[in-house]
Design a protein around this ligand. Structure first.
Ligand SMILES: Nc1ncnc2c1ncn2[C@@H]1O[C@H](COP(=O)(O)OP(=O)(O)OP(=O)(O)O)[C@@H](O)[C@H]1O
Length: 385
């Protein structure tokens, strides 16, 4: 689906990356500020010339063998950190601008191998306006919109241009926490309902957790690792990027039942069950959540009479040093792995070692789950139960 190789030298910075993603989905380019995410996004979009690039998206070559399609011929919908709407047009005018671009002829890359090009999806205003909640805004001027509303209009404009892929470069970075929460569900809807492939640039793990189906972990112009979010969440390099407190396994589960009274959903994860506060979830929904390593308590015998709602059992797979006084314990809970951070003193006192059976405890209130509609993009990336 995405086959991208790019090299670019800029002053003291060198970008040299290779990304292969076989299924469509939301590919997150994730890494610290300055690691080269925007440089790469701009090269993919054709906004910045690379020294060397091979870019094939959905079987269509945009750049290869020294030949390159111009940005306006790539059919990429780009949403920037600042919405970059046309201030002299109202919301409808901005959206119509996107529509006009959709009608343009799309040339193929000269000399590129001929691939049967699927019709690009025609996404119409009737679909976009309700999906992004734009109907009440159509006659507003740009200066009458909040930051979150502007980003929704920018998304709508990008979608109406009939893109083969959307590139979203930190689209929430200029918004405060409340506005980010307002826009995130719309991005989830795009993924789940329109199934449009996206490249999502972010340095916020929370956004990646909510949206990504595939993560490319970048550092200093290089790809450190790439794969599913579950795999990446266990990657030792992630600690240096997200900080010790945000380290934790990302796990998937399916809602088995709901307890309307308590608002807790019972989620099957591997051979264990988790109880998570998820009022809006439905039975059968897929749920993704991160269990922070700092929130997981380990016991070497089954504990009793505790208020904690989640007691999982598993086997220690390995123990790695975390910082001077702490260790990260990887526990296999039967089909999934979780991480616990413990002090070295506790580890010694409990005799923790690979192969030991342990009970892992986590309070329901420490877990924030995200329920997904199992749209076509996620279907291809979810682990099989
Ligand atoms: N126009 C430019 N000319 C020269 N160097 C640049 C230019 N723009 C960015 N750089 C450098 O390229 C490197 C990568 O920057 P880039 O903006 O791609 O990183 P990023 O991961 O997207 O960071 P951020 O999250 O802060 O946007 C940085 O070292 C930056 O200083």
């Amino acid at each position: 689906m995405f086959s991208i190789r790019a090299k670019k030298r800029r002053d003291g910075f060198v970008l040299d990356v290779e990304i292969e993603v076989s299924s469509p989905g939301v590919v997150a380019l994730f890494g610290r500020s300055g690691c080269g995410k925007t440089t790469l996004a701009n090269i993919i979009a054709g906004l910045l010339p690379a020294d060397e690039a091979h870019i094939v998206i959905d079987g269509v070559a945009l750049e290869q063998n020294g030949k390159s399609l111009q940005a306006e011929h790539r059919r990429i919908g780009y949403v920037f950190q600042d919405a970059r709407l046309f201030p002299h047009l109202d919301v409808m005018g901005n959206l119509r601008y996107g529509e006009k671009r959709a009608n343009r002829f799309v040339p193929a890359l000269q000399g590129a191998p001929v691939t049967p090009r699927r019709e690009l999806p025609r996404i119409t205003l009737d679909v976009v306006a309700p999906l992004l909640g734009l109907e009440p805004l159509l006659s507003r001027r740009v200066h009458q919109l909040s930051g979150g509303e502007r980003q929704r209009v920018a998304l709508g404009r990008a979608l109406l241009s009939g893109p083969r892929v959307l590139i979203l470069d930190e689209p929430l970075a200029s918004l405060d926490a409340a506005r980010r929460e307002e826009v995130l569900p719309y991005l989830e809807k795009l993924r789940d309902e329109l199934a449009i492939p996206m490249i999502y640039v972010s340095h916020q793990f929370e956004e990646v957790l909510r949206l990504a189906t595939h993560v490319v972990l970048m550092d200093k112009g290089k790809v450190l690792s790439q794969g599913s979010l579950d795999e990446l969440s266990l990657h030792p390099e992630l600690r240096a990027i997200v900080g010790p407190d945000a380290v934790g396994a990302v796990i998937h589960g399916v809602v088995e039942s709901l307890d309307g009274g308590t608002g807790l959903a019972n989620i099957r994860v591997g051979t264990n069950e988790l109880r998570i506060g998820l009022r809006d979830a439905k039975a059968g929904a897929h749920v993704r959540t991160q269990l922070l390593a700092r929130d997981i308590i380990l016991a070497t015998s089954r504990p009793d009479n505790l208020s904690v709602r989640n007691i999982m059992t598993g086997t220690i797979a390995r123990i790695v040093p975390d910082d001077e006084d702490t260790e990260l314990v990887y526990v296999d809970i039967g089909g999934a792995s979780i991480l616990s951070r413990v002090t070295r003193a506790a580890s010694i006192a409990l005799g923790l070692r690979a192969g030991l059976q342990v009970w892992a405890l986590v309070k329901s209130v420490s877990i924030r789950g995200h329920a997904f509609v199992e749209g076509p993009l996620l279907k291809s990336s979810l682990p099989r139960a």
